[in-house]
Structure formats: C-alpha cells, structure tokens
Write a protein that binds this ligand. Structure first.
Ligand code: HEC
Length: 139
C-alpha cells in the first residue's frame, strides 16, 4: 500500500470518527432538550409562560441569556431550592418568590438545557454530572 493511500485512509477514518462523536453529542443534546420541554411544561410554564416571556412585573422572563450565562453554576440550586430576593432581568427588577422543586438532578439538567436553548438563548447541553456537581455547592 502506498503512503499516499495509507494517509488518505487515515484521514477518512479520522473524519468518520469525528462525525460519529459529533452526532453522539447531538443526540445527547436532543434527548436532554426534548425531555426538558416536558419538564418545563409540567413545572415551569404556569409561571414563566410557554414562550418564557414571564408575567408582567411578577415573574421574570427566561430570555435574558446574560443573566443565565452569569449564573450558570448557580441555576441548578435556584431550581431545586427556589429563589427569592431582588434580581434584575433584562433591565427590570423582580422581587417575587420562586418556590423550591423536588426535581431530580437529571430533570434539572434537562429543563436547563431546554431553557438554555429556547427563547433566543444559546447555551450548550447542561448535563447531569455538572448539575450534580453544582448542587453540591448550593448555599
Ligand atoms: C410559582 C411560579 C414559578 C414557578 C413554578 C417557577 N418559577 Fe422560576 N421564577 C419565579 C420567580 C418569581 C422568579 C424570580 C425570583 C426573584 O425575584 O428572586 C423566578 C426566577 C427564575 C430564574 C432566574 C431569573 C430568570 O428569569 O432567568 C430562572 C432561571 C427560573 N426561574 C427558572 C425556572 C424553571 C426552570 C422552573 C421550572 C422547573 C421555574 N422557574 C418554575 C417563579 C416561578
């Protein structure tokens, strides 16, 4: 076998490998996202709205990707333990209370992947391991 042919084959194998990995990631994202949509409908939509638009001055919208990005590691704690106190979302102040939830870490990861990639947000997949890690440091 010539070197040219050999290196060509290696390149082809490498490309196949990379695309296989990418579609694995893609598949993981789709699983998290579609399960997250159901968690959202059941546990969040009543307050935050089907389009994540929130409710007037009471419930903040979920479309402030700067806030989400800034508080990424704390979000699992907010979902699990609830949130209170004054926060600013898209330039507006909110002071109502979000109740605690008994969602499992995987459900929290799913719903965060869903809101993180809906309502004009573009975060990556938020997986169960990172949620578990972040839940361990809630205070
Ligand atoms: C009973 C109404 C209610 C429910 C149900 C609820 N939230 Fe909230 N959520 C709130 C309120 C009120 C705040 C603002 C709390 C504050 O001012 O400190 C908030 C804040 C947030 C925030 C941070 C601020 C923002 O707008 O980005 C996120 C993220 C969030 N909620 C996600 C969720 C998710 C995900 C669920 C479902 C698992 C959920 N919420 C369920 C009322 C609710």
């Amino acid at each position: 076998m010539s070197w040219k042919l050999a290196s060509c084959l290696i390149a082809v194998v490498a490309i196949l490998f990379i695309t296989a990995c990418q579609s694995d990631e893609n598949l993981e994202f789709k699983r998290y996202y579609s399960s997250g949509a159901l968690v959202y409908q059941q546990h969040c939509q009543n307050c935050h709205g089907a389009g994540g638009e929130g409710l007037s001055a009471l419930i903040p919208p979920l479309s402030d990707s700067i806030y989400l990005r800034k508080n990424l590691t704390a979000l699992p704690c907010y979902i699990k333990n609830g949130l209170k106190g004054s926060i600013t979302i898209k330039g507006k102040t909110f002071e109502d209370v979000m109740p605690a939830n008994d969602l499992s870490p995987v459900e929290i990861a799913q719903v965060l992947t869903y809101i993180g990639n809906s309502f004009d947000n573009k975060l990556s997949t938020i997986d169960e391991q990172s949620v578990q890690k972040n839940l361990a440091s809630c205070h």
